[in-house]
Design a protein around this ligand. Structure first.
Ligand code: NAD
Length: 336
């Protein structure tokens, strides 16, 4: 399949990783259908120019409805699917039935729709979807090395992690039963412009607070594996282009940093920020030292140095702030 024949569908396209994925595809000149239940395009607007935004085919739809996702694939002549639509940890905790509906049934629907397209004779790239390191708990690390190995057994500690584990299992069965190939990537703590909600959104909110000159306390400070949103997007695209047969699942690589290193990085980009930004001395219930065996199948792995990702985010947020387009409230911060 040559680049010119690729037609992409991104579900959850109005979310943080979705917006960066749409941006990465538009910058390549690829046709993109941005599928999302929501209508708030602020994350796309934060990182794309008006012309880039105008080239995107926006489809409002619900992944819990199979007909909606099938129509998006058929109408868009889709060849590549990146499935990101989901409810994050706090939303699944608040409403487990809805979490199961969106995260598990929604993912099954995406596979069903790709299966239908394949049966209709279309050539489809492997389905790429985000699982999560939340399929694991801190106790799942190797007791000797302290690292999470690629073949670790998972014991999720929240519904969200269980739903993600179910998705990995369903992806495997779609390969076994129907020959639908897939790649699941497991991010840990994604940061960057647009990461304004979810359990691990505190570091990005801290960047926004620093730019706005506000105080903010990140609700955790133990080490975590950070992925810059732009890097996550590049990997998702590479996985769809280079993924092969089978139902592969790979931990997403990144940079380990703790609360003190985060504050250092923000202070380097926003001098004086260390007087505003603090963190609670609390560990996340997930591993941080994580093997990413198998990631090499998708080519050169983009890992923006942590301080550079923070600085880039600061630069974008500063531009938005000076244009009057950085809304504190949508980041869970005090208004102006
Ligand atoms: N952000 C992280 O650190 C992280 C870590 C691990 C895994 N992930 C996974 O990556 C994916 C994207 O994460 P994100 O940070 O961009 O999340 P996000 O919350 O910013 O975006 C999710 C998007 O999904 C959309 N959505 C929700 N329900 C929908 C439905 N029924 N139909 C269609 N769209 C719907 C929302 O409107 C939203 O735009 C999710 O699957 C998430 O679980 C994220």
């Amino acid at each position: 399949m040559t680049g010119g024949e690729e037609r992409w569908l991104v579900t959850g396209a109005l979310g943080c990783i979705g917006a960066w994925t749409v941006r990465a595809l538009v910058k390549r000149g690829a046709p993109v259908t941005a599928f999302d239940l929501g209508s708030d395009t602020r994350r796309l607007d934060q990182i794309m120019t008006g012309d880039e935004r105008a080239s995107v085919n926006a489809v409002r739809g619900d992944i819990t409805e199979l007909a909606a996702i099938r129509a998006a694939i058929d109408d868009g002549g889709i060849t590549h699917v990146v499935h990101l639509a989901a409810l994050q940890v706090p939303f699944c905790r608040a409403d487990p039935p809805r979490g199961a509906l969106v995260n598990v049934l929604g993912t099954v629907n995406v596979f069903e729709a790709v299966k239908a397209a394949t049966r209709a004779g279309r050539t489809m790239a492997p389905v790429v979807y985000t699982s999560s390191i939340a399929v694991y708990s801190s106790g799942d690390v190797d007791p000797v090395s302290g690292r999470l190995t690629a073949d670790a057994v998972s014991h999720p500690v929240n519904h969200y992690g269980v739903y993600k584990a179910a998705n990995e299992g369903n992806a495997r069965v779609y390969w076994l039963d129907d020959g639908i190939p897939s790649v699941g990537l497991r991010p840990m703590t994604v940061f960057g412009v647009g990461r304004d909600q979810g359990m691990t959104s505190g570091p990005t909110k801290a960047i926004v607070a620093a730019v706005l000159g506000q105080r903010y306390t990140v609700p955790f400070g133990g080490p975590t594996l950070f992925q810059y949103a732009a890097d996550a997007a590049e990997l998702l695209v590479a996985a769809a282009q280079r993924g092969g047969a089978g139902a592969t699942v790979v931990n997403m690589p990144g940079t380990v940093a703790d609360g003190a290193q985060l504050v250092d990085a923000i202070d380097a980009a926003v001098p004086g920020a260390r007087d505003l930004i603090s963190f609670d001395p609390v560990d996340l219930p997930f591993p941080s030292e994580i093997d990413a065996d198998g990631i090499e199948a998708f080519g050169a792995v983009p890992i923006t140095p942590f301080a550079e990702g923070v600085r880039e985010s600061v630069d974008i947020y500063r531009r938005l702030a000076s244009a009057g387009r950085l809304d504190a409230a949508s980041h869970g911060l005090e208004d102006g």
